[in-house]
Design a protein around this ligand. Structure first.
Ligand code: ADP
Ligand code: MG
Length: 700
C-alpha cells in the first residue's frame, strides 16, 4: 500500500501524503475541489507579488506592492477619528510611514527608534508622506542581510481558514514531489503538437506558474496570456474537446428514425403563413431537414436572436416528423412559454388538421391519463409541455423528434432524459435545441462541441429597433406618466418587476404591490398582473386578455421573459435592471418591438450603480443586437454564468476561460483532431485528467 502511494500518479495521490496536510486542511481543500496532489498543482495563483527586490524608499510610487527596508526614526500614537500607531522609517533615500490601526502594546514596544525593519505592503499616498497600512514586517537584528525571495510570491485563490502561507507551504511540498518524480505527472500532449503551438512541457509550466522567476512578465501572467498558462489552458480545452468529440462519435453509432415523409404538410404550412421565411430561416430549416433524413440522431443547436423567428423553423421540423409518421415533443422551460408555443402551433397547425396535446405538471387525474394514453398509443402526434414531459410515466409510441426551447435553462442530463424516451422502439429521437442567447461561433463550437450548429443571423424585415433609455428610480413618476401617455394612445405596456432573490414568492409579492400602486396612480388604465404563483388558467386568461387588448398595462415578473408575443405592446419598463444579466434583459426587451410601431424600453435602476452595472446598462442602451449583447455579457459575466452551466456543473473549467482564451479555440480544435487521429491512446488519460468523473455525468 505504502509503496503504491509512493509511485502512483499524482491525480490519484491524496494531498494528505504531503507532510503537514492533515485531515482538517484536507477537508477545507476538498470544499474547493482540491483532493489530489495534481489538483493542488493545478490550483494556480491568481496573482503574484514581487518580493524579490528591496526597493529604496525614495523610488516608491503609490500603488506599488513592494519590499522595503529602513530604520525606525520615531513612533507615535496619533489620536483622531481613528487612533493609529505611526512608525516612520528611513533608508537614506527617503522616508515611509507605517500606519497601524490595530496594534498591541508589545508591538509598539518593539518598534522603537533605531530598530531596522523589512516590510512588505502596498504603498499609498498618506496625508503627509507615502504610507503602508498594516504592512507585513520583520525586525532585522544583527547584520547579516536577510535573503529576499527568489521567485515572485504567488497569491492563491483561497477558502476560509487557509492562509497564503499555508498555500505556499503546501505547494512547496507538492513542487518538491514533482521535482523528485516528474513521471508521476505524465505529459500527454504529444511533443509534435507542443512544438507546433509553442507550448512548454507540463512540469515546466506548472513549476513556472507556482514560482515564477523575478523577471517573469507579470502583466502577461495576470492576463492569463503567458505561455506557461496557455499550455495548461490548451491541454484543458483539448481534453474537453476530446470528451465532447467522444460523445459525438458515440452518437453516430445510435440509430434514429429516418424522417423522409412527403412534404405535403410543410408545403401547406408555408403557403398559409402570412409572410415568407427569411434567408437565414430557410438555411436553418434546410440544415435541419437534411439531418432528420439521416439514420443517426440529429443533435442540433438553433441559435437566433430574440424575434428572429425560431418557432417557425421548429414547426417545419415538427411537420417533417409528423409527415413521416413519428411523434414530436416540444419542451419549454416554463409553463407560460409552453402555453405560448401551444397557441402558436395551434394557430398554424389546426388548419392542417393537426391536434396538439399539452402536458405540464398541473394536469392531474383523468385528463392526464387520457393524455398519456394518447402519447403511448401514438394517437397524439405532437405534444407541447414543460419538464413534465420527461417524467417516468410519460411513454411515447414512436417519438421521432424532441424540440427544446431556451436550452440554457435545461441541463444536459434533462436533454438526455427526454432523448431516452425514444429508446423503447430501439431508436433515439432527433433533437433540436433552440436558444436566444447567441454566442460567437468559435465559442459555441467549443461549449457545445457535441452539437451541430445552425444560426439565424437575420431578423424578419421591417423590425424597428427598440429605443432604450436608462433612468434612476427617482424618476418613477415621470415614467408613470409615460405609461399613461402610451396607453391612452391605444398602445400597451409591460411593467416588469425583478428581485435579487430567486424566490418566486417574493417576486410575486413585489409585483402585486407594484400593480396595486400603479392602479392608484393610473386609475384610468386596465391593469393586469402575471407572476409565477398564479394558477395556469389565471395566467393564461390574463395573457389572453392582454393579447386581445382588453388590458392596457401588464405588470409582470420575469416569467414573461421568453416567448410572449403581443405586437401591439410598444413600451416596457424594467425595474432594477441592474440585477439581471444582459442576455436576460435582451430577452425581456424582446417582448416589445414586434409590431409596426417604434417601441421604447425604460431601464429604471436603483442608485448607486456599480461600475459594472453602469457598463451593462450602457450596452443595452446602445445596442439591439443579440449577438453583440451576448458577447458583452460573456466579457462582463464570464462564460459559466452566461451559458447557464455554472449551476449544472457542466462545462466548468479549472484553468481555461472560454472568453479570455477564445483566440486559442481554433488551434485547440485542430490539436484535438490530430490527437484523435495519431495518438488515440492519449484521449482517455487526457479526458480523465481534466474531466474525470464528470464525463459520465455529461453523457448521462
Ligand atoms: P424567436 O426566435 O424569438 O422565438 P418567434 O419565433 O417568436 O421568435 O418569432 C417572432 C415573431 O416574428 C412571431 O410573431 C413570428 O410569427 C414572426 N415571424 C417569424 N418569421 C417571420 C418572417 N420571416 N417574417 C415576418 N415575421 C416573422
Ligand atoms: Mg422563441
Amino acid at each position: 500500500m505504502k509503496a503504491k502511494l509512493e509511485t502512483q500518479s499524482l491525480d490519484v495521490t491524496p494531498i494528505t501524503v504531503l507532510k503537514g496536510i492533515g485531515p482538517r486542511n484536507a477537508d477545507r481543500l476538498a470544499r474547493i475541489g482540491v483532493c489530489t496532489v495534481q489538483d493542488l498543482l493545478f490550483h494556480l495563483p491568481s496573482r503574484y507579488q514581487d518580493r524579490t527586490r528591496v526597493l529604496p524608499l525614495g523610488a516608491l510610487t503609490p500603488g506599488d506592492q513592494a519590499v522595503v527596508e529602513g530604520v525606525v526614526e520615531f513612533t507615535e500614537i496619533r489620536l483622531g477619528r481613528r487612533r493609529s500607531l505611526l512608525v516612520r522609517i528611513a533608508d537614506g533615500s527617503g522616508h515611509l510611514v507605517l500606519r497601524f490601526f490595530h496594534f498591541s502594546a508589545a508591538q509598539k514596544a518593539g518598534l522603537t527608534a533605531g530598530v531596522r525593519l523589512r516590510c512588505f505592503g502596498e504603498v499609498r499616498r498618506g496625508p503627509a508622506t507615502l504610507e503602508m497600512i498594516h504592512p507585513e514586517y520583520d525586525r532585522i537584528d544583527g547584520h547579516e542581510p536577510v535573503a529576499a525571495a527568489e521567485c515572485l510570491t504567488p497569491v492563491y485563490p483561497t477558502t476560509e481558514g487557509m492562509h497564503q502561507l499555508t498555500w505556499r507551504g503546501m505547494t512547496d511540498k507538492a513542487l518538491a514531489l514533482l521535482e523528485a518524480q516528474p513521471e508521476r505527472l505524465p505529459e500527454w500532449l504529444p511533443e509534435q503538437l507542443r512544438h507546433r503551438y509553442r507550448l512548454p512541457d507540463l512540469c515546466t509550466a506548472v513549476r513556472y506558474l507556482h514560482r515564477p522567476p523575478p523577471d517573469a512578465a507579470q502583466a502577461e501572467l495576470l492576463a492569463g496570456a503567458h505561455p506557461a498558462q496557455r499550455r495548461l489552458v490548451f491541454e484543458e480545452l483539448v481534453a474537453h474537446q476530446l470528451s465532447l468529440g467522444r460523445l459525438r462519435q458515440r452518437r453516430r453509432h445510435h440509430r434514429a428514425p429516418v424522417l423522409n415523409g412527403a412534404k405535403s404538410l410543410r408545403r401547406q404550412f408555408l403557403a398559409n403563413l402570412p409572410f415568407s421565411l427569411t434567408g437565414a430561416q430557410r438555411r436553418a430549416a434546410d440544415e435541419i431537414a437534411a439531418d432528420l433524413q439521416q439514420h443517426c440522431p440529429m443533435m442540433r443547436l438553433l441559435q437566433g436572436d430574440v424575434g428572429s423567428g425560431k418557432t417557425v423553423v421548429a414547426a417545419l421540423a415538427a411537420l417533417q416528423a409528423l409527415e413521416s409518421g413519428h411523434q414530436v415533443a416540444l419542451m419549454a422551460p416554463t409553463e407560460l412559454l409552453s402555453e405560448q408555443h401551444l397557441r402558436s402551433f395551434r394557430a398554424w397547425l389546426s388548419p392542417l388538421g393537426i391536434e396538439i396535446a399539452w402536458l405540464t405538471s398541473r394536469q392531474k387525474g383523468r385528463a392526464r391519463e387520457l393524455l398519456l394514453t394518447g402519447l403511448a398509443s401514438g394517437d397524439a402526434g405532437l405534444v407541447v409541455g414543460t419538464q413534465a414531459l420527461f417524467q417516468a410515466d410519460v411513454v411515447f409510441d414512436r417519438l421521432g423528434l424532441v424540440i427544446i426551447d431556451e436550452q440554457h435553462r435545461f441541463g444536459v442530463h434533462q436533454r438526455m432524459a427526454l432523448r431516452e424516451k425514444g429508446r423503447e422502439s430501439g431508436t433515439i429521437p432527433h433533437q433540436l435545441i433552440m436558444t436566444a442567447t447567441p454566442i460567437p461561433r468559435t465559442l459555441a463550437m467549443t461549449a457545445y462541441a457535441d452539437l451541430d450548429l445552425s444560426i439565424i443571423d437575420e431578423l424578419p424585415p421591417g423590425r424597428i429597433p427598440v429605443a432604450t433609455v436608462v433612468l434612476p428610480a427617482s424618476r418613477r413618476l415621470d415614467v408613470v406618466e409615460r405609461v399613461r401617455a402610451a396607453c391612452t394612445q391605444q398602445r400597451q405596456a409591460y411593467w416588469v418587476c425583478t428581485l435579487i432573490e430567486e424566490s418566486e414568492a417574493l417576486e410575486a409579492e413585489a409585483a402585486e404591490e407594484t400593480a396595486a400602486q400603479l392602479g392608484q396612480l393610473l386609475p384610468e388604465l386596465r391593469i393586469g398582473l402575471v407572476h409565477g404563483r398564479l394558477k395556469a388558467v389565471d395566467k393564461e386568461s390574463v395573457m389572453l386578455a392582454f393579447q386581445r387588448q382588453e388590458l392596457d398595462l401588464l405588470v409582470a415578473t420575469t416569467v414573461i421573459e421568453v416567448g410572449v408575443d403581443v405586437p401591439n405592446a410598444s413600451l416596457m419598463i424594467i425595474e432594477n435592471p441592474e440585477r439581471l444579466g444582459l442576455a436576460q434583459l435582451h430577452q425581456l426587451r424582446g417582448r416589445v418591438g414586434r409590431g409596426a410601431l417604434e417601441s421604447h424600453c425604460v431601464l429604471m435602476y436603483q442608485t448607486p450603480l456599480s461600475a459594472n452595472a453602469r457598463q451593462r446598462l450602457g450596452v443595452m442602451r446602445e445596442s439591439n443586437d443579440g449577438f453583440l449583447i451576448a458577447r458583452k455579457d460573456l466579457e462582463l459575466r464570464g462564460a459559466g454564468e452566461v451559458l447557464g452551466t455554472r449551476q449544472t456543473g457542466e462545462m466548468q473549467f479549472r484553468i481555461a476561460d472560454l472568453v479570455r482564451d477564445e483566440a486559442l479555440l481554433e488551434d485547440v480544435r485542430q490539436a484535438a483532431r490530430s490527437i484523435l487521429q495519431h495518438y488515440p491512446e492519449r484521449v482517455a488519460p487526457l479526458v480523465k485528467r481534466w474531466i474525470g468523473g464528470r464525463e459520465q455525468y455529461i453523457d448521462a
